[in-house]
Design a protein around this ligand. Structure first.
Ligand SMILES: C[S@@+](CC[C@H](N)C(=O)[O-])C[C@H]1O[C@@H](n2cnc3c(N)ncnc32)[C@H](O)[C@@H]1O
Length: 417
């Protein structure tokens, strides 16, 4: 695609703001588009795609631009090396000497450096469970691919096969997801907000991996269930539908804004069993009141989000070993508090969208060591019981390059009867 001088100037500005890493990249981009509201659709597309490609491949691009790393060179290198632009398409942008440099990096061999080959910064590589170089590269590559758009069918309103037919009849190419019995994967990224199925609450956007975490909770009709970190309710809605809108489902969160985003989704869903509850912290008295009463508690813990790098590639630079250590304290505290709600024989699910054992199995293992009245239920057996053909062992561990979902972790614990 031909790139104009004006488009390039704007791309350079966006990248400059994104690479400060002081705000999420999608927030930077939305703010830029608001301030520059005359930009056409193709300008926006070029700027957004190139800026995000730059974030995804930044390790490689920095290597190619070294020793003079600046946003101009990074943008040019992204267009040529990642976007496949040819030098003629960039002729209104390039300055003297740049064409030769771009020609030289187009097919340059990758160095042995693992960060460059995997696209993951050294601190992330050092904290991964994957230690084999080939596995790290495969994981890193998977994290640079585009995430598909997955839907979850609201079982209260429609069956999945009916939704697939309806979507196809309305011109949306899609297929059932391989693991979640509620999931539908779309071919492209069609706008859905006005689609009748969305408006009626028969479908919600939800990554297949996220659906599997909800399904592991195993909520049933008439139970008391707590979604401890409900956020905007992605998993709350699934749990509520699993409960066929019976029993009581508490959606806790410390963020008023996130719980407010749950409201319209709840209204569409037709659920009437959800009690959305703002808590001040994990030991709030509203939490303590439910001690020992819940059949099931889901802790979808705040985490580094590194499993979502396909969507949020800036997170690998916005998180750090220090921020992960801070999250670990929070994760352990939330899990300990949430566990108090579980009745004897009840189930506790600890989940994250992180790839790091420090946020996943280490938290669970420390919890189990301190709480001998809980034991681990094998996730593979629980999934098999739901006829889900997915075996990642005792823990659920999802990876983009293996499962085409975001990276997720879940452990299912049971309080002894
Ligand atoms: C991974 S997000 C949850 C996403 C949500 N479950 C979903 O499926 O859309 C983690 C949530 O934990 C919340 N959180 C952070 N600290 C918390 C605490 N101490 N108690 C409860 N929730 C907390 C955050 O506000 C955030 O919404």
């Amino acid at each position: 695609m031909k790139v104009s001088a004006k488009q390039f100037e704007q791309l350079d500005k966006v990248l400059h703001a994104m690479l400060r890493f002081d705000r999420p990249a999608d927030v930077v981009l939305s703010a830029f588009f608001r301030e520059n509201n005359k930009l056409g659709a193709s300008d926006r597309h070029l700027i957004a795609e190139t800026a995000f490609a730059c974030l995804r491949h930044l390790e490689l691009l920095r290597h190619l631009c070294a020793p003079r790393i600046n946003t101009r060179r990074l943008a040019l290198a992204t267009l040529v090396r990642i976007g496949g632009s040819n030098l003629r398409e960039l002729e209104s942008v390039t300055k003297e000497g740049e064409s030769e440099w771009l020609a030289s990096i187009k097919g340059a061999e990758l160095p042995a450096d693992l960060a460059v080959r995997s696209g993951l910064p050294g601190w992330v590589i050092g904290m991964l469970a994957e230690q084999d170089e080939g596995e790290v590269v495969a994981l890193g590559k998977g994290l640079t691919t585009a995430a598909p758009l997955d839907l979850r069918v609201n079982s209260l309103k429609m069956r999945r096969d009916e939704a697939v037919v309806y979507l196809r009849d309305s011109g949306i190419e899609c297929e059932p997801t391989p693991y979640s019995p509620l999931g539908i994967r779309l071919k492209g990224k069609p706008a859905l907000s006005k689609h009748p199925l969305f408006v009626q609450g028969a479908i919600e956007v939800q990554d297949e991996g996220s659906q599997l975490l909800g399904l592991l909770t195993g909520a049933r009709r008439g139970e008391m269930v707590v979604d401890f970190c409900a956020g905007a309710g992605g998993k709350t809605l699934l749990l509520g539908a699993q409960m066929a809108s019976t029993g009581r489902l508490y959606a806790f969160d410390v963020s008023e804004k996130r719980l407010a985003n749950l409201k319209p989704r709840l209204a569409r869903s037709g659920l009437s069993n959800v009690h959305s509850t703002l808590i001040a912290h994990e030991n709030d008295t509203k939490v303590k009141r439910l001690a020992g009463k819940a059949d099931r508690v889901l802790v979808d813990a705040p985490c580094s989000g590194l499993g979502t790098l396909r969507r949020n590639p800036d997170l690998k630079y916005r998180q750090s070993p220090e921020s992960v250590a801070e999250l670990n304290v929070k994760q352990a505290a939330i899990l300990a508090s949430a566990a108090r709600l579980v009745r004897a024989g009840g189930r506790l699910v600890y989940a994250t969208c992180s790839l790091l054992p420090a946020e996943n199995q280490n938290i669970v293992e420390a919890f189990l060591a301190a709480n001998p009245d809980f034991s681990l239920l094998p996730a593979n057996t629980l999934l098999a019981e739901q006829k889900i053909d997915l075996d990642t062992g005792d823990y659920l561990s999802l990876r983009p390059h293996l499962h085409n979902s975001d990276g997720f972790f879940a452990a299912v614990l049971q309080r002894k009867a």
